[in-house]
Design a protein around this ligand. Sequence first.
Ligand code: NAD
Ligand code: ZN
Length: 299
Amino acid sequence: MDEHAQDGRENDKDDVMKALQYVEVGKPPVIREVPTPEPGPGQVRLKATAAGACHSDSFVMSLSDEDYRASYPLPMTLGHEGAGIVYSPRFLVPLGDLDPADNVALTDAGLTPHHAIKGSLSKLVPGSTAVVIGTGGLGHVAIQILRELTPATVIALDVADEKLALAKEVGAHHAFLSNPDAVDAIREATGSATVTAIFDFVGIQPTADLGAKLSGTETDQVLVGVGATKADVGVLGRAYDATVRAPYWGSRSELMEVLNLARAGRVDVETERFSLDDAPEAYRRLHEGTLRGRAVVTP
Ligand code: NAD
Ligand code: ZN
């Protein structure tokens, strides 16, 4: 054991590590230097503290060349019976070359709609319609994610003309004022008074009621806006197989997906920057409803 073995940070600087690998069929496994793996979505990197030598390893290494190659990769790192310490910063996701101020909002204004939309993805097939109510910080990113991940017709509803203009700029096919007349406007635009999914980024009773009006058979009404609203549910309360759900934020692996969308130039947060001293002004503008996209404070 070398003197750095207790100090994970020493090894962290290295981009190679040791591994016991089966390299050549029929030959004993050997210790090799391999690139330190980077965890992908849904993965963590473990600093292995122990691994059992299971007989299955032995069995696999006794297979003939033909049988082995039919089922397993070469080289293969051994140690499937392992324990270790989570060696990547568990809840952090590297920004890489993304600008922090331009992209920080993705951790919430991007991740939350991404998670909400993924829950309805299987329904958003060609010919489907998605309604986004409230096209502010979260909503204007939701429109972009819907356009990127689905072939759905995207309809934006908001109470401010500037927000509707932004919604169109970022990809909404239609944008209408959010009021009871929106049902007629949607019927005219799509030929149907009900839609496939409603993503409500306001979450007040009038928007929940509007969403309920737009709900038909199998419609998902997704209440993302924070609040408590009342809705009729049940076989007699709503069209068959319709759902109402209230998703919360998203997972770390979904955040990685969102950052990858940004890296590919598929999602872009409209940001207005404020200094720390001007942060109260950012919140005033948020309250006033006059921000374009997201306010970002840079200390
Ligand atoms: P925001 O202020 O940036 O955007 C809200 C938008 O809604 C604005 O464009 C505003 O004009 C519009 N709006 C207001 N009243 C409306 C109405 N009656 N009909 C249609 N549009 C209307 O807010 P945000 O930061 O995007 O947050 C949106 C909501 O999502 C908030 O309620 C927030 O608390 C919530 N939120 C929930 C989660 C979660 O995990 N569930 C996470 C983050 C934010
Ligand atoms: Zn938030």
